[in-house]
Design a binder for this molecule. Sequence first.
Ligand SMILES: [Mg+2]
Length: 230
Amino acid sequence: MIKSHAEGSQHNMRFDWSAVDTVLLDMDGTLLDLHFDNYFWRELVPHEYATARGLVVEEALQIVEAQYHRVYGTLDWYCVDYWTRALDLDIRRLKAGASHRVSYLPDAERFLDAIRALGKRLVVVTNAHQDALAIKLQRTDLSQRVDHIVSSHELNYPKEHDEFWLRLHARQPFDRQRTLLIEDSLPVLESARRFGLGHLVAIRRPDTSAPERVVDGFSAVDSVADLLAG
Ligand SMILES: [Mg+2]
């Protein structure tokens, strides 16, 4: 089922929870507000880069965005060590300093508790580097609300890559047909579709400071809570 933007404010999706045993959950932009990451990479890092090199912020923004673009969709794009070297900035220190901005998306906690109460296995699958993940787990109680958390850095492939799913499946066996992935990245949803996951749902509003997006090709909800009945 694909809902178009034009269908307006009725975003509740009647999801058949009896059809799934395992729920794979993306973290940033699905459970946690992507506003943190967008602020960090698009505002704070360009600002720090400009200060370190005596550039104006607009110039620094162009330089760092060109660097982001070069490794987009690869593990490096998500790697704290890579950016520490590539930008010569202390990314860990900057992340720690901004960590008070980490927060759940609206009703994500209520969603997790409700789905867990249905007896579903909840597994977070994230491209976040272990160090970035650690900061988010310090600032939230996410680790207590799910069964497992897997970082793609442990598997050496990002979620966009077909090999990620083979390795995840070997580590956390699940019935493909009875598994749901909830995710804000369309390239990741596409790789999960190639792997044959039975249920895929996209998030339309990963960043609460930005308007909702139009999602084509996948079932979509504004936020995870829209998957709960009523
Ligand atoms: Mg995401």
